[in-house]
Design a protein around this ligand. Structure first.
Ligand code: SF4
Ligand code: MG
Length: 283
């Protein structure tokens, strides 16, 4: 039986004290422990940004990729070895600016892996400028009169791209976040989890306190049906996207998490050690 500490290495996170990302890291480690995923079968892939450091703090296989490219790398890893549990992570800028097209196409491909968006509605690592998820009017050094562009709505965008699993969490609600990540990993297809993860240094608007007052917890609504796509769209529109819990999961006629039936999922790209060495020597 594995313990949460088994997925933690000796590297001290350099995140600012109070950063929401600590909770996401911990939630992922707890989820891996409860699912008893062998460390050698878990791969954490990250992009660039404060969020990108997450893979370096996991005691598992990891890959710290380039900006906005965690998903192509993660999909390649999963396709080359389907026995692995692959969890990609990245910030809102990573996933919805430079990496946006990868996000949309990964959703369409529906490869069996999880993507955790560590969403603080700002670029933290590069000192606090607007991201595509910043609200209109958000004042930063680069937008002293407030952001003028409408923010991307991650939930609406994800569902309209054909997502089979979309959930949202909040760094301050860790137990709920653990349960969401467990469901996401268990989903047989591409699962996207958007986590509201406050940046305590550069976002003084979307704070822990602000989210506590805004967020609607879908799990508290016994009538909410996460398998109803129309209902999921309505909920996202009615709450302005400010809800947590399992928003939507496509299931088959018997209520099971739909199996990954895309053509890519049927490919077996596992390569032999001999072939791997041949490819490496070619470089
Ligand atoms: Fe977290 Fe913001 Fe600090 Fe980055 S700058 S570590 S996102 S609090
Ligand atoms: Mg960000």
């Amino acid at each position: 039986m594995s313990a949460t500490k088994d997925y933690s290495n000796n590297v001290n996170p350099t995140w600012c004290p109070g950063c929401g990302h600590f909770s996401i890291l911990r939630a992922l480690q707890i989820a891996a422990s409860r699912l008893e995923i062998p460390k050698e079968s878990l791969v954490s892939v990250s992009g660039i940004g404060c969020s990108g450091r997450l893979s370096g703090y996991m005691s598992s296989y990891g890959f710290h990729g380039i900006h906005g490219r965690s998903l192509p790398i993660a999909q390649g890893i999963k396709l080359s070895n389907k026995d692995l549990t692959v969890v990609a992570s990245g910030g809102d800028g990573d996933g919805f600016a430079i990496g946006l097209s990868h996000t949309l196409h990964a959703i369409r491909r529906n490869i069996d892996m999880t993507y955790v968006v560590m969403n603080n509605q700002v670029y933290g690592l590069t000192k606090g400028h607007t991201s595509p998820l910043s609200d209109v009017g958000f004042v930063t050094k680069s937008t002293p009169y407030g952001a003028i562009d409408s923010p991307i709505r991650p939930g609406i965008l994800t569902l309209s791209s054909g997502a089979t699993f979309f959930a949202q969490g909040f760094s301050a609600f860790q137990e709920e976040l653990v349960e969401i990540i467990i469901k996401a990993i268990q989903h047989k297809g591409f699962s996207l989890v958007n986590v509201f993860s406050p940046c305590v240094t550069y976002n003084k608007v979307n704070t822990y306190q602000w989210f506590r007052h805004q967020l609607v917890n879908l799990q508290e609504d016994e009538n909410y049906n996460p398998n109803d796509l129309q209902g999921a769209f309505n909920t996202l529109l009615n709450t302005n996207g400010l809800c947590t819990g399992l928003v939507y999961q496509r299931v088959d006629s018997e209520g099971r998490s739909e199996t990954n039936d895309t053509p890519l999922s049927k490919l077996d790209l596992k390569i032999t050690e001999e072939e791997f060495n041949r490819l490496m020597n070619a470089f």
